[in-house]
Structure formats: structure tokens, C-alpha cells
Write a protein that binds this ligand. Sequence first.
Ligand SMILES: *[C@@H]1O[C@H](CO)[C@@H](O)[C@H](O)[C@H]1NC(C)=O
Ligand SMILES: *[C@@H]1O[C@H](CO)[C@@H](O)[C@H](O)[C@H]1NC(C)=O
Length: 494
Amino acid sequence: MEGEKGHIVLFPFMAQGHIIPFLALASKFTQKGYQITFINTPLNIKKLKSSSSSSSKNPSIHFLEIPFNSTEHNLPPDAEITDSLPYNLALKLLQVSPSLESNFRNILTNLVNLKIGFFKKPPICVVSDFFFGWSAKVTHEFGILHSIFVGAGGFGLACYYSMWINLPHKHTDNLEFILPDFQEAGKFHVTQLSPSLAIADGNDEYSVFQMKNLPLWKNSDGVLFNTVEEFDNSGLMYFRRKLCIPVWAIGPILYQENDTKTPRKESGIPLVKCKEWLDNKDEKSVLYICFGSQNTISPSQMMQLAKALDGVEVNFIWVIRPPLGFDVNADFKPEEWLPEGFIERNQENEQRGLVVVNWAPQVEILAHESIGSFLSNCGWNSVLESLINGVPLIGWPMAADQFFNAKFLVEEIGVCVEMARGTTFDVSYGDVIKKIELVMDSESEKGKRLRGKACEVKEMIKDATRDEADYKGSSIRAMDEFFNLMMKERIGSQ
Ligand SMILES: *[C@@H]1O[C@H](CO)[C@@H](O)[C@H](O)[C@H]1NC(C)=O
Ligand SMILES: *[C@@H]1O[C@H](CO)[C@@H](O)[C@H](O)[C@H]1NC(C)=O
């Protein structure tokens, strides 16, 4: 029966990009027979409960509010999730998050004594966000196992961790530098730093938070990564030697909602229409373009990309949003932001391109045999969705770990060509055409190599997730090891 094996507490940071991977993990754990108490601040919990997502209907997941009042921390009322906040307030929310500690302790006290919550068993493990380094110590006060869950890739997060604790770019005048404790990652260029890292000097608020938080990871009993050991080993090894605790690669764990089949808002495209369009295209002939749900490009970059698509002979699906400087929720204005007649020319006459505003069923698109390549911001979820299907990438990283993910895909596993970096990068359509042709041309040597590699990685992922009586892949074994440790701790404590 579901939930029989035990009760696990999940506690992500208050950001969409953290909550969603934790929901995917929650669903995975319930499939394995565990019950989940999913903790977050009141507004986020209300939203999660009232959503039509499958997790809100899963009887083995109980959503629990941890008290938090944003106005008491000089934040605007109802400021509980970073996505809707400007940068300085998002940082502020991160900075005040350790103040959740005493309420978190109260919650654990009550869960352990079965005073609150939904399940008739005390929790046997807390899995928290990597921003909540403080939560390990609190959890251990109750003799409960603590693990961190990272929704990002091993290599990307190792770069991120090392950058923040070493700030290597501050110790050189060169534009290129290496990471002192992760030299095997090779050279980095200053253009691969997110704005907050680029300005970090050890005394700014972000650095102060990171330098306090990151070393606390050592207090945890292990780290779960949403990745695969076989292709992401160097980053995982970094954490093993840095933290001296178990590091388990249990991915890919993807968030798949059944109701994503209906487009959000009025825009977007229904799956049926998208599939019909793709069915009429040749195998590997379509370039899929999407910069993730949080990113967009500058107006001039958008114009250059559109000109390139006009000039290059490939099919494409472009998920488009208003460019930087405009309200992302505003109507899309093709007459302002795209070359004249772009949509009609590509969509209606030749049917060569499909421009989709805001949202498309990405999981299903990437799984279609007509897709030849994915022009992506290299957010980790997108990367996994591409690699599962053996689709090579064209990288255009824009934030945080995306720069490191792109570097990883290009240099470490060879499934990607980098096209641009960030939103101030000077993009020219001629160059964009060259990069697209390099990857999409069925005859080019480079393209063949990328596709070959992507196919190898797809097989690695398939193998890692094989769960048969006589054969278990690496991700299945890692998850079993995590559960075994959890069970052993519980027996030991009784
Ligand atoms: C999603 O739909 C499939 C089939 O349509 C079903 O088997 C599966 O249980 C559903 N998943 C969730 C999480 O509701
Ligand atoms: C949050 O705190 C402010 C000031 O102390 C108070 O006015 C407000 O009612 C509180 N909000 C909630 C939801 O408790």
C-alpha cells in the first residue's frame, strides 16, 4: 500500500525553479511507497493545494504551511516567491529564509509527536533545499536523517559552489580563470558569470549568504542530484571529495503534469495541433527554440534570430515571449518585434515554421522524431528533456548555472554548440545561421558527431533508469542506497 514504507518531509526554497523539481521528487517517492509532507510558506502552499496538478490530488502528499509573514521582514505583503519579485527583493527573501528555522523546529516537534500533519507516522527523513543549509542541524536534533536535493546538474552545481566559495575571478585581471578546487572543469570566461557572481566580492549580500550557507551542506547526511552518474560524474566527484558525504545521482526525475496538455492562458498551442504539424515534417528536420519559462532575449537579439530563421533552410518551432524590457505577460506584438511578415511567411505559406506564443508542450515536442535540435537556455530540466530523447542542443545560456550547463554540454559530453551568452551578447544573423546549419545539416561532420553523442547519452540514461529483477541501473541503485540508509537510521534510533 502507498505510504507504508514511511514518511518523508520535503522543504524546497520559495522559487518556482525549486518547488517544481521537489514536486517531481515527491511524486517519485510516493510511487516508491512513501508518504510526503511538503512544506512551504502559506501562500505557496495555498496555491499548490488549489492547483489542478496531479500532486494536489495525490493522497500520499500532504501540503503543510510554515508560518511566514513577509511584511515582518521589510518585504512587500505576500512576497513569498522569488519569481514575481525584482532582483533585490528576491535576494532579500533568500537572505531572510534562515528565519524559518524556529518555525521549522516547531513543525518537526509536532510531526514527531504526531500532533499535526496527516500521517500517523513520524518522519524518517527531511529532504531540503540547497539554500537551507541550516535545516540539517535542526533535523538532527530529532534524530532524523537529513538530505539535500539538488534539481540542477552535478557539473553545473559544482562550478556554482566552487565559484561562490572561491570567487576566482576576483583574484585575477585576466578574462579567463580556473577554479582552484575544480581544475578539471577547465577554463572559464567572465562572460560565463551571472550578474550576481560577476559583481560578488565577498562582502556583498549575496556572497555573505552563500559563504554562510554552502559550507553547511557538510552537516547533511547526503545529497540527492537530479542527474545521471554515467555522464555527470566529475561534478558529483567534486561534491564527494568536498563534502565527504554520500552523493546520489537519482535522475532524471522530470515533472510531468497530465494537465500540461491544455495550454496555460489563452495563448500557446494545443498538443494535437503541434503533433499534427510535426507529423508532416521529415525526421530530425525541425529546430525547437525555447528559452525556458523565466527567460527572454533582447529586442535586437530577437530580430537577428528571426532574420536567421528566414535565411536558413530548416523547419522550426519557436516558443516566443515579449523581449526584455516589455511585460512578459503582455500580448506579443510581431509587427514591432519581428521582421515584417515573418509569422505569415513561415507559418501560413510555406508551413516551414511554427511560432508559438508563451507556451508549448515541450516534453511531447522533444520526444517527436521530427525534432533535430533544441536551441535552449540550458536550464537543467530542458537539458534532461532533450538528452532523454537524444536531441543535440544549441546553447544560449542566460542565468545562474545555465552558463556552466552549456560549458558541460559542449566540452564534457559533446552534445552542444554554444550560440550566444546572455542578453547583451552581440548576436548576428549570419553567425546564427552558421551555428544552426552546423548542428542541423545531416551531412556535416560536426552535426553527425553531436547526434552520435546525444544518442549515446540517451542510451546511458535509459540504462541508468532500468529497474528489472536482475538488473538495476545506476539511478535506481542510488535511490535504493538512499532509502536503505534512511531505513537503517530509523531502526538504529528505535
Ligand atoms: C497521467 O495520465 C496517465 C494516462 O493518461 C496515467 O496513467 C497516470 O497515472 C497519470 N498520472 C498522474 C500523476 O495523474
Ligand atoms: C503580517 O504582519 C503585519 C504587521 O505585523 C500584520 O499587519 C499582518 O496582518 C500580518 N499578516 C498576516 C497574514 O498574518
